[in-house]
Design a protein around this ligand. Sequence first.
Ligand code: 26V
Length: 871
Amino acid sequence: MTSTIDPATIGKANRARRHVRTLTGYLPETDASGKEQWPKGDEKVWRAGTRGLDTDVPSITKTFVNHVQTSLARQAYNLDNLGAYQAAALSVRDNLLVNWNETQMNYTRKAPKRAYYLSLEFLMGRTLDNAMLNLGLKDKYVEGVKKLGFSIEDILEQERDAALGNGGLGRLAACYLDSSASQELPVWGYGLRYKYGIFQQLISPEGNQLEAPDPWLDNQNPWELPRLDVSYEVRFYGSADRLNDGSGRSNWHGGQEVLAVAYDVMIPGYNTPTTNNLRLWESKPKRGFDLNSFNAGDYEHAVESSNSAAAITSVLYPNDHTSFGKELRLKQQYFWTAASLQDIIRRFKNLGKPITEFPDYAAIQLNDTHPTLAIPELMRVLIDDEDLDWGTAWQIVTNTFFYTNHTVLPEALEKWPVPLIEHVLPRHMQIIYDINLFFLQAVEKKFPDDRDRLSRMSLIEEGQPKQVRMAHLACIGSRKVNGVAELHSDLVQTTILKDFVEFEGVSKFGNVTNGITPRRWLDQCNPELSALISKTLKLDKNVWLKDLTKLEGLLPFAEDKKFRTEWAAIKQRNKERLAHHVQTTLGLTVRTDAMYDVQIKRLHEYKRQTLNILGVIHRYLTLKAMTTAERAKTNRRVVFFAGKAAPAYYIAKLTIRLIVNVARVINADPDTKDFLQLYFLPDYSVSLAEVLIPASDISQHISTAGTEASGTSNMKFCLNGGLLLGTVDGANIEIAEEVGESNVFFFGHLTPAVEDLRHQHLYHPVPIEEKCPALANVLNEVSKGLFGDGGVYEPLLNTVRHGDYYLLTDDFDSYIAALAMVDEAYLDTEEWIKKSIRTTAKMGKFSSDRAILEYAESYWNIEAIPVAAAK
Ligand code: 26V
C-alpha cells in the first residue's frame, strides 16, 4: 500500500494557506526558478541537519539548566523538585519533538495507509520515566540530574498521572499507542483533552469513598503541544431539512457551533525514532462569547453560551459499565468524532486522491461503541458535503471502520434515546433511520417473514423512549468486529451479536486477545527484574522487550538454585518498596515477611471484590478459632485492595466501606495480626499499579465466569512473576494455556453453567445456610456487628443472600479451597519460585506488540514505515 509520492504536491493548499516556507539551509531547497526541489530517494540528504540533539551527559545538564532559566524563568540556585521535574521533562521533550517532527514528515512523504485509534479514554499515567527509557536516555539523565544535586526518584515522583480513563479500556489504548510507535506503525490516537480526569478517591473516617476533582493540568503539562492553528467547527442542535430532490441529502443548519482545538501528545516508540501522535480535542466557544447578548446587557447569557461550549471537554465520565443517557456525554462523543473525522479527511485530501479511495488510506478503529457516531457522521459528510450517492458512501464507510467490543454485560451496552439524538443531532437521526431501513430490508430478504429477528436486529429498540443500539450500528457500519480474548469473542458471536453473525457470516467476526506493553509493565516498573532477565538471557533488553517470546529462555533457569535466589530477592525488595510506599503515604507499617495477595481494579459486583473480602473474613474467623501453635504453622498473608467505585454505584461503595472496616479490626487484633493483614490503598492509579504489581505473589481475578471480557492486569502480574488466582474467565484462560494449569490457581463454575445457576436462584432458591454454611456464617458475623454497625452492610449482604446474581454462594467453597491450595503451594518456597519464573517465561503472547501487529495485519492492512537510520 505504501507508495512514495512527490512531497512537493503534498498539502500544497495547506502550505499556501498558511504561508509556510522552508528554512534556508534545510531541505527541500528551492531551485533557481524558485520551485521546491525534494530529493527523490536520498533519505540522508532529505533529512540533512534535522535529526539529533546531543545526548551526552554534559549536553543534558546544559539543556536542563537552560530550561530552568529560560522556559521556567527560575534561578539555578533555588530550584525545588517540581522545578527540576519540569526542566527534566522539557529537556526530554526536546528529543521527542525532533523525532516526532521527523516521523510525521516521513509519513507525509511516504503517504502510507494510516490507522486511527478513536478512544474516549487514554490512561497514560506518567510520561517522564517512560520517555527516557524509550529514548534510551534514562542512565544519562540519572547521572545528569545527580550531578546537579537531584535524585531521579524524587523528580519522577513530582509528575501527576495523566488519568484520562476509567480502567482497562483506557489503559489498553495507552499500551496500544506505545506498541504502535514501537512497531513503527503509522497510527494516531484521537481522544478528548478533559480538564478533569478520573476523580481522586478519598476515604472518609467511616470508610466511605469520597470524590474530589483531578485538576491534572494545574502544574502545566509539558507533554502536550497546543495546536491553536488546528481547529474545526462542530455543530449541535438546529434543524435538518431534507432536500427532497431524491438525493437523500439534507441541509443541517442553526443550533450551536463550537470549536475543537487540537492538543498533540508525543508517543515515543521504544528504541526507534518513530514518535507517533495522540491528538486530544479541547472544546471552545466559536466566538469568545455571545456579543449580541453582551451588548444587550444580558451578560449572564453571554457567559453561559461560552461556558456551555467549554463544558463539553471539562470532565471524564467516571462510569464504566453503566449507560445513563446524559446529553453532555452524547455531545462529547459527537464533538470528538466530528473533529477527528474532519482532521482525518483533511489529511487524506492533501494527498489529492478521489474520495472513493479514502478506505485505502485510512482505517479507523472504534474503541468500544463510544465513537460509533463516526459512522453516521462520515455518511453525512460523504452525502451532504461530498455529494456521493448512498450506496457509494456506505461502501466507503463500511470499508473504513473496525469495531472492538469490550464487554457483553447488558448494562454496559450503550443505547441512546431517540428523542435525545433527534434534539442534539437531528441530521444523524435521519441517517440512522435510513441505515436501519436499508439494513432491515436486506435482513428481510435473507430471512423472509422473521419479524422477531427484525426486531432483535433493528438499530432501534422499541420502548418508551425508543433507543438506538450503538453496538448494532457499530457492527453493521464496520468492516470487522472483534472481541478482546478468545472466550469473550466467542460470547460476542454467540450472544449479543449472534443474529449478525448469521446474517453477515462469521468471517466478519474475530478475536484479538489484549496485550500490555512490557516496556512500562516490566522494564519501567521492575527495573531489577528487567536487568536480571537481560543478564540471564545474555540479551540486550532492546531485543527481548521487542520480542517478548524470548522470555522463554528463562525456563531452564527455574532449575537453577542461584537464579531462583536472585529472582526471589528481587520480589522481596519490591515488597519492601511497596511497604515503604504505604509507610510514607499512609503512615501504616506493612510486614514484608508475608505473602502479598493483591486485587486491584474498578469496584464492580461482577469483579467480585465482595467474594474476596468475605474470604478474608472467613480466614480471620478461622485464625481466631485456632490455638497459637496452630496459627504459627499458617502462611502469613497481607491482602491489598485498591480501586475506585463509580460515584453513584452504591453497592460498590459499600464494598469499599466493608473492606476498610474489616482492615481496621483485623490489623488491630493481637491474636491474628501477625498472620493476616489487610489494606485498602486509596486512589488507585497507573502509578500505584506500578508499585503494587511487582510486589505481588498472588493476584486475584475472580469475576463470575463469562463476565470479564479479558482483564489485562492479570497479564501484568504474571509478567512480573506473580501467580494468578482466578476464575475460568477472560484472558485468565489463555494465560493458563500458556503457563500451564499447574501454575495457575483456578476455581469456580464455568461459563456454560452460569445461566442455569441463575435460573436455579430465581426459581428454586436454597437458603444460604443450607447451600453454603461457611459463607452464611461470615455474613452473620458482619450483620452482628463484628466490623461496626452491621445494619450499614445489609444492602450489600442481601445481594448475596437474595438473588445472588454474581453467584458468590455457588463459588465460595471452591474459592476457599483454592486459597488453601495457594497457601500450601507458597509454603514450598522453592517450588513457588519455580512457578513464578515459569509464569514470566511464558508471557510472550501477551505483549501488546503482538496484539497491535494483529490489528495492523489482519484488520487495518497497514505496514511499518520506519524513519531511516540516522546518518
Ligand atoms: C461503557 C460505558 C457505558 C456508558 C457509560 C460509560 C461507559 C464507559 C465505558 C464502557 C465500556 C466498558 C467496557 C470496558 O471497559 N471493558 C473492559 O475492557 C478491557 C479492555 O479490553 C477489558 O480488559 C476488561 O475486561 C473490560 O471490562
